[in-house]
Design a protein around this ligand. Structure first.
Ligand code: NAD
Length: 508
């Protein structure tokens, strides 16, 4: 370790090599794709960047394997996912290490992310026996009307840096039991975690007697992603990332009548009403707003507080924020790791400047902390008091930045809550049942996720995950999200010797 008590890039490089080795994925041939760590800003390794012919070959292979895979009964397909879940349990610590190394998450959150993968594998295994279609009452005698769910095809998965492994597992575990094959384009920022997941899944396939070609990995930037977007063999493109990315991807997929599942940016808010339990609220707000250094799609970015309790709540928040330890995400007691890169830091500083120009008052944080030198970016989580929800507040700044506004009228608070273009996650803190129910009602929160007395982040895998408006409308993970990964056939069977036509039509 260096004199600062923080690991050096050389330490981190050997930690990455050890983790990869434990996962059975030795360091690949050097290439032009760098794997960087935000902990020091140094380079851990370089990997091959997939060229267009490699991407094309991956899609071809996934398409070929699909023809066989779709005929394997779903409960048997689940064997691969069950084995993947077991391998993840066995290798949880090593994979979590890679998540910390590449995404900068603190140890507890990185392990939690791998736990989420294990949970979704378990969910998908159970789901494999529950891909139910309905039987529908036919209007014709001697007829049976039903629907069947069939595998869809090749699923292209494009994922973001901040959930480098869980988002892949949400998509892949479910796509595989649904009978689809997968081509994954991870974030160019987290190629080593991707290599590790790919290795585990291929091992799970081989050990359960299936073709490892059910999963293909392509590595690189937006150009590699675009090749998936434009290829007609990608039946479903599941893309997670910024709204900017979604805006370019969605029309291109639509132009070839492909299917899209979009999980885009959020600008999540919580309303705190006079009856709220302030102790619980404070803990929930700090985890949601400062946790993961504000780099979750569900991070809390806007707090809408009743004017009568703004003083006491802000005092508690101030105290809690001052106790947050910022530093090496591997170190015990550290709760806030690094930002992903300099661009994220500059984005945060620019947002603070703009908020101040809008007469916002910086209550705490925002400054850079020198943890590991110039190439890494650590900041103290910031709280800004705003008089209005100005333009900068209505944008997603992917950093630990919390804007606080006050309200007096509950209806106006809900209006303010919904007055942003994104619609991912939301919370209300109240012990008043009427307010809680109103928040969850049709004229309450307009988000895909609406919570009562818990923060905006940290969803469980059992529910459908996703959001409305500029968040893209997709739903992943639990509930009936699996339907996006299958195609529905409506079947009418005539078991009579008559030929009655629907709507009572007599022909001839
Ligand atoms: P990003 O949009 O920069 O990149 C996401 C992925 O899209 C990467 O793999 C990238 O290479 C790829 N990509 C970018 N442009 C593309 C294009 N034109 N065509 C094809 N692929 C393209 O996002 P990021 O910085 O990695 O992640 C942060 C963003 O992701 C935030 O906005 C966050 O809210 C969002 N996010 C959303 C969810 C969700 O479930 N709603 C989850 C995690 C992150």
């Amino acid at each position: 370790t260096s004199t600062l008590g923080i690991p050096t890039t050389a330490d981190l490089r050997s930690r990455a090599a050890r983790a990869l080795h434990a996962l059975g994925a030795d360091l690949p041939e050097p290439g032009k794709l760098p794997a960087r760590t935000p902990i020091t800003g140094g380079t851990l390794a370089t990997l091959q960047y997939s060229d267009p012919s490699a991407v094309d070959a991956a899609i071809t292979a996934a398409d070929n394997v699909f023809r066989e895979w779709r005929t394997v009964p779903a409960p048997r397909r689940a064997a691969v996912v069950r084995r993947l879940g077991e391998l993840l349990v066995e290798h949880q610590a090593a994979l979590a290490d890679l998540v910390t190394l590449e995404a900068g998450k603190i140890g507890a959150e990185a392990r939690g992310e791998v736990q989420e993968m294990i949970d979704v594998c378990e969910f998908a295994v159970g789901l494999s026996r529950q891909l139910y279609g309905r039987t529908i009452a036919s209007e014709r005698p001697g007829h049976r009307l039903s629907e069947t769910w069939h595998p869809l095809g090749v699923v292209g998965v494009i994922s973001a840096f901040n959930f480098p492994v869980a988002v892949w597992a949400w998509n892949t575990a479910i796509a595989l039991v649904c009978g689809d094959t997968v081509v994954w384009k991870p974030s160019e920022t987290t190629p080593l975690t991707a290599l590790a997941c790919h290795t585990l899944l291929r091992r799970a396939a081989v050990e359960t007697g299936f073709d490892p070609g059910i999963h293909q990995l392509v590595q690189g930037g937006a150009d590699v992603g675009r090749q998936l977007v434009d290829d007609h063999r990608i039946a479903l493109l599941s893309a997670t990332g910024s709204t900017r990315m979604g805006r370019t991807v969605a029309p291109r997929v639509a132009a070839r009548f492909g299917r899209c599942l979009l999980e885009l940016g959020g600008n999540n808010a919580a309303i705190v009403t006079p009856s709220a339990d302030l102790e619980l609220t404070t803990r929930a707000v700090v985890f949601s707003a400062a946790g993961t250094a504000g780099q979750r799609c569900t991070s809390l970015r806007r707090l809408i507080v009743h004017a009568d309790i703004a003083g006491p709540l802000l005092e508690r928040l101030d105290r809690a924020y001052r106790q947050l330890r910022v530093g090496d995400p591997f170190a015990d007691g550290v709760l806030v790791g690094p930002l992903i890169n300099g661009q994220a830091y500059q984005g945060m500083q620019a947002a603070i400047e703009r908020a101040r120009a809008d007469y916002g008052e910086l209550l705490c944080g925002g400054e850079r902390v020198d943890v590991a030198g110039d190439e890494s970016y650590y900041v103290r989580p910031a709280v800004l008091r705003m008089h209005a929800q100005t333009e900068v507040v209505r944008e997603e700044t992917f950093a630990p930045l919390l804007y606080v506004m006050t309200y007096r009228d509950f209806d106006l608070a809900i209006e303010m809550h919904n007055a942003v273009s994104q619609g991912l996650s939301s919370s209300i803190f109240t012990t008043d049942q009427r307010e809680a129910e109103r928040f969850l009602a049709p004229d309450g929160s307009d988000c895909g996720i609406a919570n009562v007395n818990i923060g905006t982040s940290g969803a469980e895998i059992g529910g459908a995950f996703g959001g409305e408006k500029d968040t893209g409308g997709g739903r992943e993970s639990g509930s009936d999200s699996w339907k996006a990964y299958m195609r529905r056939a409506t079947n009418t069977v005539n078991y009579s010797s008559e030929l009655p036509l629907a709507q009572g039509i007599v022909f001839g």
